[in-house]
Design a protein around this ligand. Structure first.
Ligand code: WT7
Length: 698
């Protein structure tokens, strides 16, 4: 075990990884027989020699009002341009073009959380009408036009995809903030994006409760105002049209119930605005190294082409499939693989409002059986939860999945096996898709009919994606060497985001600068994309993802920035210093542990701890609730004054913190350890060393 200081200086590449190679499992012949991509020779066309031309077949899955002239333009590297000269509309591609064949086919089946509420079967025709009506309201009542940004703070209801597609129809850039984030977090994002319109809902169901969501809108508008952004219209969908689900008053002249305003737009149609392939389609905020969330800007043409292609060939969606992705549309998974990808293929998607365990752990499998779900898509956190609460539940229901996906965090082989054996009934293939908000769609995955599955590993690069692992000096780490490094992508792909909204300099610095040797180069070969994850490459070409390397804690698969958590704790007046570190959690993978020291003269109390927890919930959301809050006499610090998060993380995770003699205040470490672990005998927790890999010092 290296000392904490050594460990902080040790490069990823030097950390050897030892894990048992799992046996590979082939897909069933039945799956292969029906798969969209089953010819082994088909992969040859995705070789680097054919780059970037092979991406044309992605774009050809879409309808263009004007075909592109240049597939990839690298003249302003690393700001790649895809399908330059092409024009298209995303809402047309996801809705209108399906009407000829699929008008009466369900685009979405909305399943309310309460089982006694009726399901809503929204056909492509219904979707077309609702998108048009809301688009005309947005244009004529809210006064937004192509290029404007509109913030959404919506839960899992069909009005969310309707709102997204209505924006897309107008060329308006939507920015959906996860519904579970706080009003404050929503306001910060609305301000950053420069939105003057907020789309929200009065309430929604979660765990059987009707949540008052409108209250968050008032907080969001206030927070945006404090940051200099006026939100002058708040459009409030109603969970039950005509009836209020929120006690929060409406502000005259600012807040409007959408169902009431829509009465003036019945039957209205809006011509889809044909947008440049490079026009931004949406922003999706995510966390990184700094305290400020960054708005990842995704383009229209390349993004839509990429998610359509990967939905067809990796998720293996056919128009006759009933596809259920349990993710929330408020995250990138939902944007790409609930809304844009599946709708571009005219799929039928299940939209479930609530939590998988409500009212009992049989719920997901009842839904799957009743609706004939054939493709199921979820995260390790959800799988762990479902296994814990109802390990035998899937066996009680007669559904049959042909394929399943896991995404968002590494999955333990043991959890994978339950997913395969019990949920998938040994019939369904599993794709472990690795990617991130910035990348628009999958980066690594098996092609399910052509490559066997390996529990705990994603696959090789998806077709057209060329991953490589570099050590800190930019040397390639060869496959099979058991050494971890920074996983990068060698060549651009159409799904990659365009920039960080309002911060292009940071876009270059954070994703490209580390391995770029010539910043004036116009050759994509000089600009590998740095993903921000540690990874190892096995001899068989399958990648195993180890976790973020950039001060992000992945809670239940969601990215929370260490700095954001710390900043939230620092809003408590009593708190002098704060440090957030990841602690391993059986269900959520990781949770934050928050260490605080108090201002002089303030006594530690449970009251202060509660205030810290409340601050995290209010600034970020309930998802940020810490596992523990510890009030410490002082933070362990280096002589230059930086807080040794790695020492704190070692203590939280019951791992040896190593040599601390070079710290400015080594004596404090033992005090903190006693406070956290007590005086009893502490057994080191197996596997918890891994957590430390994710902890970075400033
Ligand atoms: C981070 C991105 C991708 C959509 C949902 C999360 C981790 C993602 C996997 C996987 C291991 C994974 C990575 C990545 N991650 N998928 N299959 N195996 N880790 O998007 O919130 O932007 O998070 O999630 O650490 O960098 P995100």
């Amino acid at each position: 075990m290296p000392s904490a200081e050594e460990a902080s200086e040790m490069s990823e590449a030097q950390i050897a990884v030892h894990w048992k190679e799992e046996e590979k499992i082939p897909p069933s012949p039945k799956f292969v027989a029906q798969a969209n991509l089953a010819d082994p020779k088909s992969l040859e066309r995705f070789s680097l020699e054919n780059f970037p031309d092979f991406f044309e077949e992605y774009a050809e899955l879409l309808d263009w009002s004007q075909r592109w002239q240049t597939t990839l333009d690298t003249s302003n590297a690393p700001f790649w341009k895809w399908f330059v000269g092409g024009k298209l509309n995303a809402s047309y591609n996801c809705v209108d073009r399906h009407l000829a064949k699929y008008a009466d086919k369900a685009a979405f089946i909305f399943v309310p959380e309460l089982e006694d509420q009726p399901q809503v079967r929204m056909t492509y025709q219904d979707l077309y009408e609702r998108v048009n009506e809301f688009a005309s309201l947005l244009r004529d009542f809210a006064g937004v036009k192509a290029g404007d940004r509109v913030t959404f703070h919506m839960p899992m209801v069909p009005e969310l995809p309707v709102s997204m597609l209505a924006c897309a129809r107008l060329g308006v850039v939507h920015s959906q903030v996860f519904g579970g984030f706080s009003g404050q977090a929503c306001g910060v994002r609305a301000a950053d994006s420069g939105s003057r319109v907020l789309v929200t809902i009065d309430g929604y169901y979660r765990n059987g409760n009707l949540i008052d969501h409108k209250a968050n809108a008032d907080i969001a508008v206030k927070a945006a105002k404090e940051l200099g952004q006026d939100v002058d219209k708040v459009l409030v969908w109603r969970r039950h049209p005509g009836r209020n689900s929120s006690k929060t008053p409406m502000l005259e002249g600012r807040d409007y119930f959408v169902d009431e305003v829509l009465k003036g737009y019945v039957g209205k149609r809006v011509e889809p605005v044909q947008m440049d392939a490079e026009a931004p389609l949406f922003l999706m905020y995510t966390s990184g190294t700094t305290g400020k969330p960054k708005g990842c800007q995704h383009r229209t043409g390349g993004y839509l082409a990429y998610v359509a292609w990967t939905s067809k060939y990796i998720l293996d969606i056919h128009p006759e499939d009933v596809y259920w992705c349990m993710a929330d549309i408020g995250w990138i998974t939902g944007h790409s693989y609930i809304v844009y990808g599946p709708l571009a293929l005219a799929a039928t998607g299940v939209l479930y409002e609530g939590v998988p365990t409500y009212p009992d752990p049989g719920r997901p499998w009842r839904i799957a059986e009743e609706l004939g779900v054939s493709i199921f898509h979820t995260s390790p956190t959800a799988i762990r939860q479902m296994r814990k609460t109802g390990p035998a539940e899937p066996t009680k229901y007669g559904y049959h999945f042909k394929s399943m996906t896991t995404v968002g965090e590494p999955i333990e082989p043991d959890v994978w096996r339950w997913y395969y054996d019990v949920v998938g009934k040994k019939e369904a293939v599993i794709t472990d898709t690795w990617w991130m908000t910035e990348t628009g769609g999958f980066l690594c995955s098996t092609v399910p009919a052509l490559m066997p599955m390996k529990p705990g590993s994603t696959g090789p690069g998806a077709p057209g994606i060329f991953p490589i692992i570099y050590d800190d000096s930019g040397n390639e780490i060869p496959r099979g060497s058991d050494r971890a490094g920074n996983i990068c992508i060698r060549a651009p792909w159409p799904g990659v985001f365009q920039t960080i909204w309002g911060d292009s300099e940071r876009y270059v610095r954070q994703y490209y600068s580390k391995y770029n040797k010539n910043k004036d180069s116009k050759d994509w070969r000089d600009w590998p994309f740095m993903c921000g994850d540690g990874a190892v490459l096995a001899a068989d070409g399958y990648f195993r993802i180890l976790g973020r390397l950039d001060d992000v804690i992945k809670v239940a698969g969601h990215r929370l920035g260490t700095k954001e958590l710390e900043n939230a704790a620092l809003t408590v007046p009593e708190v002098a210093e704060a440090a957030a570190v990841p602690i391993a959690d059986e269900m959520k993978g990781r949770m934050p542990d928050i260490y605080v020291s108090l201002k002089p003269g303030i006594e530690p109390s449970d009251e202060v701890k509660k205030k810290v927890t409340r601050a995290l919930e209010e600034e970020i959301g309930k998802i940020a609730r810490p596992k523990n809050v510890y009030i410490v006499p002082d933070m362990p610090k280096t002589r230059s004054g930086k807080i040794m998060r790695r020492v704190l993380a070692s203590i939280s995770n019951h791992v040896d913190y190593g040599d601390i003699t070079t710290l400015a205040n080594p004596e404090v470490v033992e005090q903190v350890r006693l406070l956290v672990q007590g005086t009893g005998k502490v057994t080191p927790k197996a596997g918890h060393e891994e957590v430390l890999r994710e902890v970075k010092e400033e």
